[in-house]
Design a protein around this ligand. Structure first.
Ligand code: HSE
Length: 453
């Protein structure tokens, strides 16, 4: 049988990795797919560079639409990124009856509903294994391997840039800004790192996992997103002393409401720095590596670990999608794996809960005047709010001048409190009350905590 023909839109880091791996492993891939898979056409603005990368046997053009219009092309790989021209081209490829493989998490997290509907109407597949956690086959695991399960929660380190920065901050005791500059110098962080450090990239990925895990539409606009820019080396150090490590987690949970606690049914979808017990495997995922923990009712806890970015790791995921499509493209559309794991007619309308309704536990750090009765006032506010304390640690603040007679400065101390679970809205109220105490000298640091038990 003649090879399936693939058109590649954008030959950057992932595109060239895909071309190279496909070529290097072509025999092995053919034995798996049942027929050869060949990139026969590439569109890239830098035609000369692209031609040099792929050699003379492949047609290179500057106009992506020429690839889409080519009747011999069966599958289009979109590796342009973003939601601008990439969205237009993906929709045009679908309209032209092409199957699409994309690594574009931003596009699918924001416009997935429209794109998947267009693909279903046209009877083509949109595959996106490379969009979440790079080379880790987490989409396949969630959509197929764990299909027997009622998934309860997912928690993932799904952004390598921020995990690298947090690892360095912990290892070297440095603050965020210093490590970011070093990460940029080493190529671990982009010149404009906003999407990574503000948690947006992780939220795109968490949105996709949430949709697949719970059979809800992609709802990036409802995700709570908090990045790592405000984290300090002090909190990382205190967390360590308490047996926790701070990671940027993408979390999605199915939450059963409890009338007594004033909570309702829904889905939590959030990205924020999080304390997790050091003894958990995922707490020890360091550097730019990614890992995802999935809790299913039948299987229990499963962990997926690997490279979340990079040329060939991401190519590994792109090619897995090419093989899937090659195997399935002649199958009746109804017999293919649904884009979001659940049949489109059986999607749930379980709402994504606002952050105020999320239930989690907390790490609080209060810089207070070291004087009689302060701790009693603080713990009194928490008790009044119905928030149960798990642990309290008091530490002399590193930078405090103790010689009050000479400096006139009030002695200060850091009070660190770990709480049990409570509804976020209650914690917001308690923090506002504690902040208003004259003895609380600086803005209170609040970092959420997950036991991942
Ligand atoms: N910028 C991402 C990361 C990789 O740092 O993990 C692509 O999603």
């Amino acid at each position: 049988m003649k090879p399936i023909q693939v058109g590649l839109l954008g030959i950057g880091v992932v595109g060239s990795g895909t071309f190279n791996v496909l070529k290097r492993n072509q025999e092995e891939i053919k034995r798996r797919a049942g027929r050869g898979i060949e990139i026969t056409m590439v569109a890239d603005l830098n035609v000369a560079r692209a031609q040099e990368l792929v050699g003379p046997g492949v047609t290179v053009v500057s106009d992506a639409r020429a690839v889409i219009a080519n009747p011999d092309i069966d599958i289009v790989i979109e590796l342009i990124g973003g939601y601008g021209i990439a969205k237009t081209l993906v929709l045009e490829a679908i309209a032209a009856g092409k199957h699409v493989v994309t690594a574009n998490k931003a596009l699918l997290a924001v416009h997935g509903t429209e794109i998947f509907a267009a693909a279903s109407a046209k009877g083509v597949m949109v595959a996106f294994e490379a969009a979440v956690a790079g080379g880790i086959p987490i989409i396949k695991a969630l959509r197929e391997g764990l299909t027997a399960n009622r998934i309860q929660w997912i928690a993932g380190i799904i952004n390598g840039t921020t995990n690298f920065i947090l690892s360095e901050m912990r290892d070297k005791g440095l603050d965020f800004g210093v490590v970011l500059k070093e990460a940029q110098r080493l190529g671990y962080a982009e010149a404009d790192p906003t999407f990574d450090i503000e948690g947006v990239d992780a939220a795109h990925k968490a949105t996709l996992m949430s949709a697949i895990a719970f059979g809800v539409p992609v709802q990036f606009d409802k995700a709570y997103i908090e990045g790592i820019t405000k984290l300090g080396a002090t909190d990382i150090k205190y967390a360590e002393q308490l047996g926790y490590r701070i990671k940027l987690l993408g979390i999605t949970k199915r939450r059963a409401g409890d009338a007594a606690k004033g909570t309702t049914d829904g889905i939590e979808l959030r990205v924020h720095p999080c304390l997790i017990p050091t003894k958990r495997l995922i707490a020890n995922v360091e550097g730019a590596m990614n890992a995802v923990v999935v809790q299913g009712d039948a299987v229990g806890t499963t962990l997926y670990y690997g490279k979340g970015a990079g040329s060939e790791p991401t190519a590994s995921a792109v090619i897995a999608d090419l093989v899937d499509i090659t195997r399935l493209h002649t199958a009746d559309a109804a017999h293919r794996v649904p884009h979001l794991a659940f049949q489109p007619s059986a999607m749930s309308n379980l709402p994504v809960l606002p952050m105020g309704e999320v239930v989690t536990s907390y790490y609080l750090r209060l810089r207070v005047a070291d004087e009689t009765g302060v701790l009693a006032k603080v713990t009194g506010i928490l008790a009044e709010a119905g928030i149960s304390i798990d642990a309290v640690l008091q530490r002399e603040a590193d930078e405090v001048v103790k010689d009050i007679a000479t400096t006139g400065q009030v002695p200060q101390t850091d009070v660190i409190i770990l709480t049990h679970d409570c509804v976020e809205a209650r914690m917001n109220t308690a923090i506002a009350l504690m902040q208003a105490l004259p003895s609380v000298l600086e803005p209170i640091t609040r970092i959420r905590k997950e036991e991942l038990a």
